[in-house]
Design a protein around this ligand. Structure first.
Ligand code: SF4
Ligand code: SF4
Length: 373
């Protein structure tokens, strides 16, 4: 409905938004988390070097934080924990990292993606570079954007179906107890350290796509983001626009990395909103755009989001550390023994293989071996 001249004249005089932007803080939080991931990578390199030397070099402990890069194993551990009340001992840190990220999404929406995730950070940096090179980030037309966005949900659906519908307690235990699960972090290390030409082409393609379309991987393909997007819909904190003071400049929609039409809605209810606060920062009018609790109706300060996200992550992972569910207690001798057979361990590749895990006797052969046995 268009406003009458009188209504326009009666609008309160706009007051300039003088609040300090939070984007620099967000950048430094992302940088610190990315640096932590590099540190984990370095420790993993030293741990694997020890295994490769058959125990001849200095022993460096496996960094438990590497479990955060095993989301499927962590999701299975979460399901196993719910089923049995036990935390599987191979990758306990992964469970607490997953819990921290889910809790973060419940409180502040998909905030992990824009505040902590290293892949999201790289996507953003590449997107910024693309903007500098081409003067803008391109937007995928709506008719193509929708089907592409559903891809990440299809991937999530496949994993959820395989874990929650095809696996019973026996199957979960067989998978989690398998040598493949134990060394999956080492195998992931080799995936990057000894990267295949095909994987390089795929990663190069994704980076190239992110140069043109902001957050290409996150928006269309990341199943982790899809899971957090679903959880985020339950979050009571949403971006709210005050249509009375809004001057319809559309700056918020233009800056939104998730292409949300912030200027057209009263409340942003979207699985794509990452609580990045870019729209709130850019809004030129005071008290017009902010994060608000739909429960208390109170406004949430931008700094509280930054502190809240980091605090949730530290508290939940810290709880894991304090309760002894962080580093696994697998002896180094066991890792040395598995290192010899590493190439022969593979994961189940077909849904039939996963179904076979349900039956302990029939599970033989579900885990792929190099020679196809
Ligand atoms: S709506 Fe605002 S907070 Fe949400 S993704 Fe867009 S710019 Fe970020
Ligand atoms: S940035 Fe968005 S919310 Fe703020 S005044 Fe412009 S259109 Fe309105």
């Amino acid at each position: 409905m268009t406003e009458t001249k009188r209504q326009v004249a009666e609008r309160p005089k706009p007051i300039r938004n003088r609040e300090k932007p939070i984007q620099k803080v967000r950048f430094w939080v992302q940088t610190a988390f990315a640096a932590l991931c590099v540190w984990i990578g370095l420790e993993m390199f030293l741990f694997v070097r020890y295994l490769e030397s058959n125990g001849q070099t200095t022993f460096i402990e496996r960094p438990p934080g590497v479990d955060g890069f095993l989301p499927i194993s962590s999701l299975m551990n979460l399901y196993y924990w719910v089923h049995t009340g036990e935390i599987h001992p191979y990758h306990p840190a992964g469970l607490f990292i997953l819990l921290a990220i889910i809790l973060m999404s419940l409180v502040f929406g998909k905030s992990f993606c824009s505040w902590l995730c290293p892949a999201g950070f790289i996507s953003e940096v590449v997107g910024d570079l693309g903007k500098k090179l081409f003067g803008k980030n391109f937007r995928v037309p709506r008719w193509l954007d929708w089907p592409l966005r559903s891809l990440k949900y299809l991937l999530l659906g496949f994993f959820a179906y395989s874990i929650f519908f095809l696996m019973n307690e026996t199957a979960l235990r067989l998978f989690l107890d398998s040598p493949y699960n134990l060394v999956s972090d080492i195998k992931m290390y080799y995936f990057f350290a000894d990267i295949s030409r095909f994987a390089l082409i795929v990663i190069g393609g994704l980076l190239l796509a992110s140069l043109f379309v902001r957050n290409f991987w996150c928006r269309y393909l990341c199943p982790y983001g899809a899971l957090l997007g679903v959880v985020s819909l339950l979050s009571p904190h949403k971006i709210r626009r005050n249509p009375i003071s809004c001057i319809d400049c559309a700056k918020c929609a233009k800056v939104c990395p998730s292409s949300i039409k912030v200027d057209k809605v009263r409340t942003v209810v979207s699985d794509e909103c990452t609580a990045c606060m870019s729209c709130v920062d850019v809004c030129p009018i005071a008290d017009t755009l902010h994060l608000q609790s739909l429960v208390t109706r109170k406004r949430v300060n931008k700094r509280s989001v930054a502190i809240g996200v980091v605090a949730i992550f530290m508290l939940v992972t810290g709880f894991g550390m304090l309760t002894g569910h962080w580093q696994n207690d697998v002896p180094r001798e066991e890792y040395l023994r598995h290192q010899e057979y590493l190439d022969s361990y593979g994961h189940p590749t077909r849904t039939q293989d996963i179904s076979r895990l349900r039956d302990e006797d029939g599970a033989e052969g579900a885990f792929q071996t190099r020679d196809g046995r």
